[in-house]
Design a protein around this ligand. Structure first.
Ligand SMILES: CC(C)(COP(=O)(O)OP(=O)(O)OC[C@H]1O[C@@H](n2cnc3c(N)ncnc32)[C@H](O)[C@@H]1OP(=O)(O)O)[C@@H](O)C(=O)NCCC(=O)NCCSC(=O)C[C@H](O)C(=O)O
Ligand SMILES: [Mg+2]
Length: 280
């Protein structure tokens, strides 16, 4: 569990001033300012300066601000990385990371900002542990569209092994992991089901393509009143048991051990962090 909430991470094309402005008032936890796939080749260069100006102008509050650059093997990647290094943001999101050397190359151009990795190539998934443990890496975002494309996969179920492998790598490295996008942005029930699937797997949040998806992701990846109430009762029961010299308590007919208390405290910390973010 991580102190900064990333329940909802919205992609915004860096080429669209109206969307960049609208984002200042949206309740997403993170913004993925995109210079890569959401921007057409003819708009790549101008998007860089549009985005730089939007970030300099500010107004994005306490949201996590990541700039997704183009890959270094494209015509735009190196200039994107140099430009992003000077932008007012919280990190650089590197697309199509296939091994740690891809991160080394961006790290050399971006000396002072945390890096995030898009996990979206077959080689990247196979190298997930080495990528997630890179010293400059602060988190991973799954790119389910590219991954499905490269695999020839036609369902989310076909990606399960890859999703779990990336999540295992992120957890082992102690960094957050954000699930891939749900493309049918007008299908609320489909989105809710896919968010629940990601949440059940252990993801920290969902990447999104449209503002209408934010509320559902925030609800599914947040701490519900029922979860908060259970966490408080577990902690109280465990404290009582400890005072009586017991190492185990029982709440709602289930045993509560120390590891459940770690989770309960993390649930309360997450609820506090969300409340603090929503106050800003
Ligand atoms: C999908 C869209 C093209 C739809 O755009 P549009 O038709 O303009 O939608 P609406 O008319 O419903 O928009 C309503 C208002 O909301 C604003 N808006 C729309 N999208 C965004 C957004 N992402 N961020 C901020 N604001 C947004 C519109 O400007 C309207 O505002 P207003 O005019 O003031 O009412 C569009 O949503 C879009 O472009 N989405 C982003 C697509 C994208 O980023 N794609 C790339 C990322 S996905 C990916 O690459 C994942 C990964 O790499 C992988 O491999 O899986
Ligand atoms: Mg992609």
């Amino acid at each position: 569990m991580h102190s900064r909430p990333v329940r909802s991470a919205l992609y915004i094309p860096g080429s669209k001033p109206r969307a960049l402005d609208k984002a200042r008032g949206l309740p997403c936890d993170a913004i993925l300012f995109d210079l890569e796939d959401a921007v057409t080749p003819d708009a790549k260069v101008s998007a860089r300066s549009i985005l730089q100006q939007a970030l300099a102008q500010g107004g994005y509050g306490a949201r996590l601000r990541l700039v997704r650059i183009n890959a270094l093997d494209t015509a735009w990647g190196e200039d994107d990385a140099r430009a992003a290094a000077d932008m007012d943001c919280d990190g650089v999101l590197v697309p199509k990371v296939s091994d740690p050397a891809d991160l080394d190359a961006v790290a050399a151009l971006v000396p002072d900002l945390p890096l995030w990795a898009m996990m979206e190539t077959p080689r990247g998934v196979l190298n997930a542990q080495a990528i997630a443990s890179h010293g400059r890496l602060a988190g991973v975002v799954i790119g389910t569209n590219d991954l499905a494309n490269d695999l020839g996969a036609r369902t989310r179920g076909a990606l399960t092994t890859a999703l779990q492998h990336c999540l295992l790598a992120a957890r082992a490295a102690g960094i957050p992991a954000i699930d891939g996008v749900f493309n049918a942005y007008q299908d609320d029930e489909g989105l809710r089901a896919e968010c629940s699937d990601g949440r059940d797997m252990g993801f920290d949040g969902k990447s999104l393509i449209h503002p209408a998806q934010i509320e559902i992701a925030n609800a599914v990846f947040g701490a519900t009143p029922t979860e908060i109430d259970l966490a408080r009762r577990q902690i109280a029961a465990f404290d009582r048991a400890a005072r009586d010299g017991q190492g185990v308590a029982v709440v709602d007919g289930r045993i509560v051990e120390n590891l459940h208390i770690v989770t309960a405290r993390a649930t309360l910390a997450k609820a506090d962090a969300i409340a603090a973010l929503e106050r800003t």
